[in-house]
Design a protein around this ligand. Sequence first.
Ligand SMILES: [Zn+2]
Length: 123
Amino acid sequence: MLYFIILICIMASVAVVICIRGLWQIRQKARDQYLLDNVDPAIVLVQRQLYADGEFRRQVLSRSPMNLIGDRLRLECGHEMYYPSDMNSTHINCSRCAEQYLLTTMRAETKRKKQWINHHTIN
Ligand SMILES: [Zn+2]
């Protein structure tokens, strides 16, 4: 009987951890979407320049035909993307890496602003 109660407690603990983790991921996605919806135009301009300079240019590791006009590419960064089949580039700009740059920069900027507010607010 004691083993059964211990087993139930362990299972309940695992269920709680899974629920908290799921809620945390939902919260993080909502925060990321908020950041992308309210992006600082100055950061977008820097991102565009980096994109034009080839900062997000990645090597194509594999190409799989998906339909009549497009292929699925697997890039060296680990991202996959769809690309026109008639373009046989060995390196392409990864829009997911560019988006990740935007998110990372916005998170850092938000953190910096919060620290500034906390530092300059009289408690
Ligand atoms: Zn990428």
